[in-house]
Design a protein. Structure first.
Length: 418
């Protein structure tokens, strides 16, 4: 019997990022407009671009899920009703919600739509999953705090409900992302999609001579030692989730959709992560040999390691506490993302590039394509006027042409060794 297709679900923070996600192997994307999704900033989707995105996704025979996952206040409800009325004209494949009130509105205005429960709703047990099933929810995006053993039991108890699980991306220091730190410190609510991420900030003591201090709760039962060097400490800074090596175990446990976090990340980050997970998922579907799978895992983990990240953790999956990075905000990388290929290489061998960071003639560059990574040599650089120049730079006038040793295709990406 043919295995059920495993879904690689990727974030779409913009129409362009959505295109990259789909071209690098995702078979579904999720996005929403800023007012009602948990990404209020760095999100350029509007109703017209959502419609355009759904059309593009469906032409590729893939799926588009709409996020309506804020925790609504009374003031949001009239606006949500108007929004849902307009969404009727956009054939999204499902709507992701957290709030029971929004669930009721979705059932009222879009009774035929497939409803997915956001991880923000904290579904951590099979009774909760069964409850939400009775409310009309088809898929549960399990809380990140759920372990592998708990996933197995949930699937055994409620096998008819689809299960989705986060496999890669930033981890929140609060339970399932329901944080009040940002609201308290900056007035920006994480539960309305406007998190300032104070958990990623550097913290220092006022008295620089004291290098450690103890924090004690009011019952005097718990004591935490906070340590810092001369640079301070990142004591809320969780490492990033990376479950590339556990896709097979998650599949066996009952997960059918592997979700990637990162609507605010670059197209380079998104393409690299999506390609890694989709490659492993496809090999699992084919029941490939252990040797082939191990080789692919080694290669794709190397690619993930080349990205800027905070260190990797398996989160709560194995029953452990997630790792934290107390030393710095993120690691350094040996590579720098420098450009996007906007069109297939022209007959005159010039490749049109949108430059993100400086490119010089003697740079050692590598191409990231949907199929593989490979080096190319820069022969010449031309500006928009087709004048030969010694370097290309990002910014307002960021379109350049490169003459390269190999032809490239649209959606290929360029990085350089630094």
């Amino acid at each position: 019997m043919k295995n059920k297709s495993l879904e690689i679900l990727a974030p779409a923070g913009s129409f362009s990022k959505m295109q990259y996600a789909l071209n690098y192997g995702a078979n579904a994307v999720y996005a929403g407009v800023p007012d009602f999704s948990l990404r209020a900033r760095i999100n350029d989707f509007t109703l017209p671009t959502l419609k355009k995105g759904v059309t593009y996704t469906h032409k590729k025979k893939k799926k588009f899920y709409l996020t309506l996952n804020i925790y609504a206040h009374n003031r949001h409800l009239p606006l949500l009703e108007k929004h849902l009325y307009k969404i009727k004209k956009i054939p999204v494949d499902g709507i992701i919600i957290s709030d029971p009130g929004i669930l009721e509105l979705v059932k009222k205005y879009l009774p035929q739509i497939e409803i997915h429960l956001s991880t923000q709703a904290n579904a951590t047990n099979w009774q909760a999953v069964r409850f939400w099933q009775k409310q009309g929810v088809k898929r549960i995006i399990l809380a990140r705090e759920v372990t592998l053993q708990e996933i197995k039991e949930i699937h055994q108890k409620v096998p008819e409900v689809e299960l989705e699980y986060f496999v890669h991306g930033a981890m929140c220091m609060s339970y399932s992302g329901r944080c009040i730190l940002s609201k308290w410190m900056t007035g920006r609510s994480a539960n309305l999609g406007d998190c300032a991420q104070p958990c990623r900030w550097l913290y220092q003591q006022k008295k620089e001579t004291i290098k450690t201090m103890s924090v004690e709760d009011q019952t005097k039962k718990f004591e935490i030692d906070l340590e810092e060097d001369q640079h301070g400490t990142y004591f809320f800074n969780s490492q990033d989730l990376n479950l590339l090596h556990y896709l097979s175990a998650l599949k066996k446990a009952g997960i059918s959709s592997f979700k990637i976090e990162g609507r605010n990340k670059s197209v380079y980050y998104l393409a690299t992560v999506v390609k890694a997970y989709s490659k492993i998922a496809r090999l699992l579907e084919k029941n490939t040999t252990r040797k082939n799978l191990d080789l692919a895992l080694l290669q794709e983990q190397t690619n993930l390691n080349s990205l800027i990240h905070r260190g990797y953790t398996t989160g709560f999956l194995l029953g452990n506490e997630p790792g934290h990075n107390f030393q710095n905000s993120h690691n350094t990388s040996s590579y720098e993302f420098v450009g996007e290929v906007l069109h297939n290489t022209y007959r005159n061998h010039l490749t049109k590039i949108k430059v993100h960071n400086a490119i010089y003639l003697n740079d050692k560059i590598e191409i990231i394509s949907p199929q593989n990574n490979y080096p190319v040599k820069i022969i010449k650089i031309y500006n928009e006027k087709r004048e030969s120049v010694s370097s290309a730079h990002g910014g307002h006038k960021s379109i350049y042409y490169l003459e390269l040793s190999k032809p490239l295709k649209k959606y290929d990406l360029i990085r350089k060794l630094i």
